[in-house]
Design a protein around this ligand. Structure first.
Ligand code: KIV
Ligand code: ZN
Length: 507
């Protein structure tokens, strides 16, 4: 790998292509929060929206521009005067104009001849440039365009004054080799900064974007968590981490904010991140098997290509049927528990026994097993305790819960509404314990472990604090709301305990 110095620009399109993810609809406030986070993260350009698509969208772009962020603000526009004027009205730094360039799209998507497409692109670029605004041009579906036409429209766009040329792989049909060749050739056809915009229809968006960079692209379009039309765009966190850590290139991104950015976008968009997703997935820095846990605790590089802190994460050792003594010891030491050798061997045996029964071994289970083996109540300190709780649910009432908790020698009460009584109760708990370390529910699983209407319910939850510590806990009860509340409080207590032993004062 050539590690010669290069600096690559990042254009983030989470707020535009990312919002085209089926099922995602962000409010003005959500978009402002995301834009502020992207700015802190250090993206060079934020594609804030498509102003001509609705009044609301135009307002969003205007408001984001008014924030006075360091990142440049870009608006998307078709090659029409009406669209461009809507973008100009938002006072953006850059207008990204696009028009279909493949035979298929020219005929069926826009019903234009190649000549009409060419002149429309040129007129639009000139219109933007007459207003003294930067212009990026995208020949949409470029990767299925006929090469002579693609070269012709790119040259015409350059002559009309574009500041950068973006090549979209609109339906994600490229592979790294063809992407490399396309960009290498384009470098000899035009002399403007090149950008790449890849979709993930075949799971190759990141690989193709990197191939374009290898061939000389100066900028990559990305979206947080890989959001975007259909299978999404190239994931910001994967592109940036690979550019920094594998290629040794530079971007303006502060990689330590990658994880918190991913969490923010996931919670506002409602699109959860798959557990095994690179960099930001829950398991990306989790180790269970004995060989791995021993390896990483001796020398992290054995099974971690980068240290989790670089991307704002922490390592997690997981107790389970494949666990080894070393990993379990480290996990227990982290919460201030120090079993002797014989006790440790017995704890490991019991963990594996539970794992062999097909049970996920939660952090709380590990502490309970350890208490039993060591013959003493450990890790049971209730930093937060439930005093009482009431829920209202039924037809034509909004599910509401009021919860009273005791911590730090005082009692606190909060009421919340939710989609059901469990949601309302857990939200009230989150609200009350927020000052202790912003601990949030990150996963909830419910199982009926006996049949009938009086079935015993088992709730397994995961909570995560602001430092990225993830703790799991379970509770079993006949009442689902109580099982959920108990599991949540259990998880919060274990998380606070972990923080306390690590010497981290909650902020
Ligand atoms: O995928 C695409 O072609 C686009 C264009 C608007 C650039 O998102
Ligand atoms: Zn796109």
């Amino acid at each position: 790998m050539n590690k010669s110095f290069r600096s690559i620009k990042i254009l983030d399109t989470t707020l535009r292509d990312g919002e085209q993810t089926p099922g995602v609809s962000l409010t003005l406030e959500d978009k402002i929060e995301i834009a502020q986070q992207l700015d802190k993260l250090g993206v060079d350009i934020i594609e804030a929206g498509f102003p001509s698509s609705s009044e609301g969208e135009r307002k969003v772009v205007k408001e984001i521009k008014k924030l006075g962020l360091t990142s440049q603000i870009c608006a998307l526009s078709r090659c029409t005067k009406k669209d461009i004027d809507a973008a100009l009205d938002c006072d953006v730094d850059l207008i990204h104009i696009f028009i279909s360039a493949s035979p298929l799209q020219m005929k069926y998507a826009v019903n234009m001849t190649p000549e009409q497409v060419l002149s429309s692109a040129v007129e639009s670029i000139e219109h933007v440039k007459r207003h003294g605004v930067k212009c990026e041009f995208s020949p949409m579906d470029a990767t299925r365009a006929e090469t002579p036409f693609l070269h012709k429209i790119c040259k015409a766009a350059q002559d009309a004054g574009i500041d950068s040329l973006n090549i979209p792989d609109t339906v994600g049909c490229m592979i790294p080799r063809t992407t490399f060749e396309l960009f290498k050739t384009l470098k000899s056809v035009v002399n403007v900064p090149l950008s790449v915009h890849c979709h993930d229809d075949f799971g190759l968006a990141v690989a193709n974007s990197l191939a374009a960079v290898e061939a000389g692209a100066d900028q990559v379009h990305v979206a947080v968590n890989g959001l975007g039309e259909r299978a999404g765009n190239a994931a910001l966190e994967e592109i940036v981490t690979t550019l920094h850590m594998v290629y040794g290139y530079q971007t303006n991104i502060n990689t330590r904010l990658l994880y918190s950015t991913s969490r923010l976008v996931s919670s506002l968009s409602g699109i959860s991140v798959q557990v095994n997703k690179a960099i930001v997935g829950e398991n990306a820095f989790a180790h269970e098997s004995g060989i791995h846990t021993r390896g990483v605790t001796e020398q992290p590089l054995t099974f971690e290509p980068i240290s989790p802190e670089i991307v704002g994460r922490t390592r997690k050792l997981v107790a389970g049927k494949l666990a080894g003594a070393r990993g379990i010891q480290v996990e227990l030491n982290e919460i201030g528990i120090h079993p002797n050798e014989t006790q440790l061997a017995e704890i490991v045996r019991r963990v594996k026994e539970l794992g062999d029964k097909g049970k996920a071994v939660t952090d709380a289970d590990l502490i309970a097993l350890t208490s039993a083996v060591m013959g003493q109540v450990i890790g049971e300190e209730k930093i937060v305790d439930l005093c009482d709780m009431a829920v209202i649910a039924g037809i034509k009432v909004i599910p509401t819960a009021s919860v009273r908790l005791a911590f730090e020698g005082k009692e606190y009460i909060a009421a919340e509404t939710g989609v059901g009584p469990v949601d309302a109760a857990l939200k009230a708990i989150e609200k009350l314990t927020n000052p202790l370390g912003k601990i949030k529910l990150s996963e909830y699983r419910l199982e009926a472990i006996t049949g009938g209407s009086n079935a015993v319910a088992e709730v397994v939850i995961k909570v995560e604090d602001e430092k990225g510590n993830i703790v799991s806990a379970r509770a079993t009860r006949e009442d689902i709301v109580m099982a959920s509340v108990e599991a949540m409080i259990n998880g919060i207590n274990k998380c606070l305990l972990k923080n306390r032993v690590q010497g981290n004062k909650p902020s």
